[in-house]
Design a protein around this ligand. Structure first.
Ligand code: D41
Length: 666
């Protein structure tokens, strides 16, 4: 390749990567798979290595580059980043609307834009001629910290804008961490003996305010943009228009934002969002309601430090105060002992809470939580409620400190705390609590998906000695089941049938269901794609495992460890004897070969994961988001936004009946 050819290809690859970032982050509708994206990225990296003279700071490969800083510089905001007044109920929102009308001397409806109020860290980015030059925190609203190098590492932050950006653009947004990512991060931190973050907002803020951008880069951050500061070279007449323009430049805005004709519609929006609050993948603490017309915004102006044209309509708090009656210890699947506070029942954000996790002894010590204490509990997303802090002023002196037991409260085995671990563990892998949790995990939806195997049933099976490991499940008889409490003959039959059906699960699901540390759904699939069978995986060395792309030393270590235990091998033998699938079936060219399916809505004849498995067995691909490369969108009961997107993209939609015929089940 000549230098000129390389230069051109590099340019082309950067354009392509920017475009696909836009499809992925802004439109939420990728056109290519992650693997294809990675190929483009690697090709660019390799070319830049060979031709370093063409590396520029705004290349997508140059997100992390800077050395750790000594301290952050400061950045004044050209236009102050104002704060928001709060409204706690509908009446206060209507008063706001009245105030706006009175100030403007009108009684006509005011048009508003309503947006989810994300709970993260406010930042401002400055683009000059479409290139990111500075990024800062909101700070005190007038001056923020220079966190440019850190914000550059967030993939959803474009280094170069698309389309026709203005001469200078100051854009404002909220950096957030998704709840799932937050949990995963805390899980890893706990394993590494680091203190957990209290909530996704602290995790996001703490990650952006790192002196070493490499640490920020390792954190799963995301961003939504909600407004602008100074803009040179472009005029707008409404806020809605601003949001559309940001999107067209590749700056992701929240798809849930809505244009409302009047305050009634804004109040409706709040109610709708409150209903789906728990399902949002990130934390939102309310709705921001903004006057849409910019000329009206200008006339309204601001008072002290907040605009008269906007208000934050807050959701009910998800924190509450209650008393800890007791602290008990729960034993998990891997033997980890988790202290749990038993509390006076209290309503938190609309849900009654009686138990809250205290994580581990270190956390209890750090917060100095004692039995009898009055505490603040918090519920975030669908996360298990946790104790945030003790209200020390309420102490009477009768509170009792808690110590982890030296013996497992369930089986009496010795409890150990491994060096560098925050967790205490029960050392007996046959501990009934561990066995029960392993079975529940094995049967869970994303693993073997065995319907009807609930907590109480699992407890009975283990307590009566009918099941000692997951292998025993498949050798249960109808008589044994029927002898259990509250087990009718029909339910026994149903369970046996569900067990029978679960034998059809593909080997990657079986592997995942074993509950090997660090081997979740994704890793299990990677491993089975590579090794082709569980037996071959069992024989792999740590080196061999680490040579698989995407598999690190941690995963390799725990896989080797799992298969080195004789009792695990005995369980595997049982599962194999029962007829579970250990070998990946290679259907050379199945009838659905190369076809991509996406599901929306509920199917009536099977679960979604069963349908997806069927597709993979027949050589097709099942994916969760609709793109131009999707061949069919299967539309079930109550379809979601994917149907809309399929129509927009002109992707073929089929009914469940048509799908069943296609797979030979109709
Ligand atoms: O999502 C948010 N956190 C958000 C915050 C949002 N969607 N819009 C916002 N709009 C403003 C104004 C109206 C002042 C431009 C905001 C904030 N302010 C804000 N958040 C914290 C301080 C200010």
């Amino acid at each position: 390749m000549t230098k000129e050819e390389a230069r051109r290809r590099i340019e082309e690859l950067r354009e392509l990567i920017r475009y696909h970032n836009y499809r992925y982050y802004v439109l939420d509708s990728p056109e290519i798979s992650d693997a294809e994206y990675d190929r483009l990225f690697r090709e660019l990296q390799e070319l830049e290595e060979k031709f370093p003279e063409f590396v520029t700071p705004d290349s997508p490969t140059q997100r992390v580059g800077a050395q750790p800083a000594e301290e952050f510089g400061t950045v004044p905001h050209t236009i102050p980043m104002l704060s928001l007044d709060n409204a706690m109920d509908e009446e206060e929102v209507r008063e706001f609307d009245e105030r706006v009308k009175r100030f403007l001397g009108t009684d006509e409806d005011i048009e508003y834009v309503a947006e989810p109020k994300l709970d993260g860290l406010g930042v401002e980015l400055v683009y000059e001629r479409g290139r990111l030059v500075v990024g800062s925190t909101r700070g005190d609203g007038f001056v923020g910290e220079d966190v440019t190098q850190n914000l550059r590492t967030i993939r959803a932050v474009p280094l170069v804008l698309l389309g026709d950006p203005p001469e200078r653009l100051e854009v404002r947004g909220e950096v957030i961490m998704h709840i799932e990512d937050f949990r995963e991060l805390n899980r890893r931190r706990a394993e590494e003996g680091e203190p957990p973050f209290a909530n996704p907002r602290n995790a996001a803020a703490g990650s952006v305010r790192q002196l070493d951008p490499r640490i920020t880069a390792s954190r799963p951050l995301d961003i939504f943009f909600y407004g602008v500061g100074q803009v040179v070279g472009r005029e707008f007449s409404t806020h809605w228009e601003v949001l559309q323009a940001l999107r067209s430049w590749g700056l992701r805005t929240n798809p849930l934002n809505r244009l409302c004709r009047n305050v009634d519609e804004a109040v409706d929006y709040y109610r709708e969002l409150l209903k789906i609050r728990e399902e949002l993948p990130y934390e939102a603490d309310g709705v921001v309601i903004k006057v849409n017309r910019l000329d009206l915004q200008r006339r309204l102006g601001e008072k002290a430090r907040s605009p008269r044209w906007a208000i934050a309509y807050k959701f009910p708090p998800r924190q509450a105060t209650t008393v800890i009656k007791d602290i008990v210890v729960q034993v998990g699947r891997t033997g980890v002992l988790t202290p749990v506070a038993i509390m006076e029942p209290v309503h938190v954000g609309g849900v009654e809470v009686k138990r809250a996790t205290l994580h581990n002894q270190d956390e209890i010590d750090k917060k100095d939580v004692r039995i009898g204490d009055t505490v603040i509990v918090q519920r975030a997303g669908d996360v298990i409620p946790e104790v945030v802090a003790v209200v020390k002023e309420r102490r009477t002196g009768k509170e009792r400190p808690f110590r982890m037991p030296e013996r497992c409260p369930v089986c009496g085995a010795k409890v150990v705390r491994l060096p560098d671990e925050a967790a205490h563990r029960c050392t007996n892998s046959a501990c009934p609590a561990q066995v029960k949790e392993r079975i529940r995990y094995f049967a869970s939806k994303n693993a073997m998906d065995i319907e009807g195997l609930g907590v109480k049933l699992v407890a009975q099976l283990v307590d009566r000695g009918l099941v000692k490991d997951v292998g025993d499940l498949y050798f249960l008889t109808k008589e044994q089941l029927a002898s259990l409490d509250r087990m009718a003959e029909k339910s026994a039959e149903n369970l046996l049938e569900a067990l029978e059906r679960s034998k059809e699960r593909e080997p990657a699901r079986v592997l995942c269901a074993l509950g090997i540390r660090h081997v979740g759904e994704h890793v299990a699939r990677v491993l089975m794609d590579h090794f082709g069978s569980i037996d071959r995986l069992a024989e792999a060395s740590a080196d061999e495992l680490e040579s698989v792309p995407g598999i690190g030393p941690e995963v390799a270590g725990s896989v080797v460890d799992f298969f080195s235990h004789e009792e695990n091998m005995r369980v595997l033998e049982k599962l194999k004897r029962a007829g579970l699938k250990f070998e990946v079936e290679k259907e050379a060219a199945g009838p659905l070969s190369g076809k991509k399916f996406v599901f929306t809505g509920t199917l009536s004849s099977m679960t979604r994961s069963e349908a997806e498995e069927l597709i993979r067995k027949l050589g097709g691909e099942a994916s969760s988001s609709v793109s131009r490369r999707t061949d069919y969108v299967v539309v079930g009961e109550n379809p979601g936004s994917k149907l809309e997107r399929a129509r927009q993209l002109g992707v073929k939609t089929i009914t469940e009946e048509e799908f069943l015929r296609m797979v030979g089940k109709g």
